[in-house]
Design a protein around this ligand. Structure first.
Ligand code: PLP
Length: 355
């Protein structure tokens, strides 16, 4: 740290992304990317835009906004694309949270929420998950504070029902409720259909997980017109060209590649169920995932040890050190072939452990 770094960031611990190793070819199951490349139409669209990179991108993202509105059954004024969904989450903290408007979220959830709170000087509280790692939605009903909930939650993979989400939104009319749907396409129930009914609901989604574009950085927020207008005020005060030309073209092409998208989703869900069943045969506990990852533990091996042993054998998964979940690992669903390598190495490790 230099002597110039503002002391307003004294309590800030920056978010630590999952490892992106460059040294060797890992079976990479640690950051919930899609194992499949973008649809062929994306490559063509990006190439076309590359020739125009000397010109700024459209700050209104008009073509993409219209395509998103059409895809999700909303008005263009209810949609805001951003540089990954991390950006719209940060915009929401900037726009709606401050000392008088604190925020609450589950104790085990996406690690970025506390980072955004600290970055923006927003007081926050966490509410413990239940013993079974599910969210007790009643704890949020009528809480009278801003709320952010990942649904499905990460890294547990568990869901709230749409009815439970609606109860939370309806019972906190004077607060903004952010539902982070990064994984919703893998089996959750989206709250997008509640947007016309509630003016305090912001739903965020991303192209990083289910739409094969993690490296393009594209996310979006869906909300009533006035919330989107506020978020646009923040956007135009920080980075008006937040979505670059190539990403915008990639996003539109991906939204048009419906068949490819659906085929990939079905395959990931199929491989998820296969992997969970194989792990359970080995004695693992796997939470009931509605995402593209599994959250798993075995009584036979320490969580951190399993992570380290897998890494030695060329398989990367994500381990978190927080006490409640230190025995677990989060395993991204890759291709069937990748998961077979993971399963084989895991069997090997468990066997050695017993000797
Ligand atoms: C991956 C993820 C995001 C953000 O991803 P982006 O790549 O920034 O769109 C947001 N929330 C959760 C819960 C995630 O897992």
């Amino acid at each position: 740290m230099s002597r110039f770094f503002s002391n307003k960031y004294d309590s800030l611990d920056a978010y630590v992304p999952g490892e992106q190793p460059k040294d060797c070819q890992y079976v990479k199951l640690n950051t919930n990317e899609s194992p499949f490349p973008p649809a062929p139409a994306v490559l063509e669209a990006v190439r076309g835009e590359a020739e125009k990179l000397h010109l700024y991108s459209d700050p209104e993202c008009k073509a993409l906004v219209e395509k998103l509105a059409e895809t999700y059954g909303l008005k263009p004024t209810q949609v805001l694309p951003t540089n990954g969904s991390d950006e719209i989450l940060n915009f929401a903290f900037m726009a709606f949270c401050d000392r008088e408007h604190p925020i609450v979220f589950p104790d085990i959830s996406y690690g970025f929420y506390s980072v955004f709170a600290k970055l923006n000087g927003v007081p926050y509280e966490t509410i413990p998950l239940k013993e079974d790692f599910s969210i007790d939605h009643r704890e949020y009903v009528g809480i009278g504070k801003n709320i952010v909930i990942a649904n499905p939650n990460a890294p547990t993979g568990l869901c709230l029902s749409l009815k439970q989400v609606e109860e939370i939104v309806a019972s906190n009319p004077h607060n903004v409720v952010i539902i982070d749907e990064a994984y919703v396409d893998f089996g959750g129930e989206s709250a997008v259909k509640l947007i016309d009914k509630y003016d305090n609901l912001l739903v965020t989604q991303t192209f990083s997980k289910s739409r094969n574009l993690a490296g393009a950085r594209l996310g979006m927020g869906f909300a009533c017109e006035s919330l989107i207008a506020d978020l646009n005020t923040i956007k135009y005060s920080t980075n008006p060209y937040n979505v670059n030309r190539m990403t915008m073209a990639a996003g539109i092409a991906m939204l048009e590649s419906t068949e490819y998208f659906e085929k990939n989703l079905a395959e990931i869900c199929r491989v998820r169920e296969y992997t969970a069943a194989e792990l359970r045969k080995m004695g693992f506990t796997a939470l009931d995932s509605k995402t593209n990852f599994l959250f798993v533990r075995s009584e036979e091996i320490d969580g951190e040890k399993l992570y380290a042993e897998l890494k030695k054998r060329g398989v990367l998964v994500r381990h978190f050190t927080a006490e409640r979940i230190a025995q677990f690992n989060r395993v991204t669903i890759g291709t069937k072939e990748q998961m077979d390598v993971f399963l084989e190495k895991t069997r090997e490790i468990l066997k050695e452990q017993k000797q």
